[in-house]
Design a protein around this ligand. Sequence first.
Ligand code: ZN
Ligand code: ZN
Length: 180
Amino acid sequence: MLLRQHGLAVTAQRLAVLRAVSDRAHSTADDIDRAVRAEIGAISRQAVYDALSVLTDKGLLRRIQPARSPARYENRVGDNHHHLICRTCGRMVDVDCAIGITPCLTAADDAGYEIDEAEVIYWGRCPECVAATSASSGNGKRTGSVRHEPGDTALDPEQPGSRAQRHLRKAGREEKNQRV
Ligand SMILES: [Zn+2]
Ligand SMILES: [Zn+2]
C-alpha cells in the first residue's frame, strides 16, 4: 500500500528491500543486499541498489551519508531526527531533535533561505566502546572485539546526550564542511 501511495509498482524486490531496511535500520546497501538475497534469492545486486534509490527518491526511505562511511538507509522518514555515530565501532542510533519541535531548523542566520531540513550527526563513542576502553586501560586499541548489531536502534539512557547537544551547531557545521 505504501508503494502504491507513492505511485510505485509493487514488486517482490521492492517489498523485500523495504522489509530488510525496516528490520535493520541504518544498514549499508551491502547489508541490505545480503539480507534481501538471503530472503528471495534470485535478485541481482543492481536490482537491490535500484530499489534503494527509487525508494529513497520517493521518500519511503531516508539515506544518511556520514563522512568517510558508506551511505546508510532507514525507513524512519520525515521527522527530522538525527543520528549518533560511534567513531570506534560505527554503530549508529537515532536521536530525536535537540529540544522541543525541530529547534535546529531555526538557524541563527538563515541567509534568506526557506529551511525545511537540518542534517545533524553527533560523532563520539558508544557506551560499549567507552567501557571496553576503560576496562583495558593502557591498551586502548583492544576495542575492536566489541560487536554491535547494525540494526540496534535502542537509545541507551546513559548516552552523554547533553554533552553532544552542546556541540550540536558546531558538529553540524563541521560535517557539512567535510562533505563538500
Ligand atoms: Zn562503539
Ligand atoms: Zn535514523
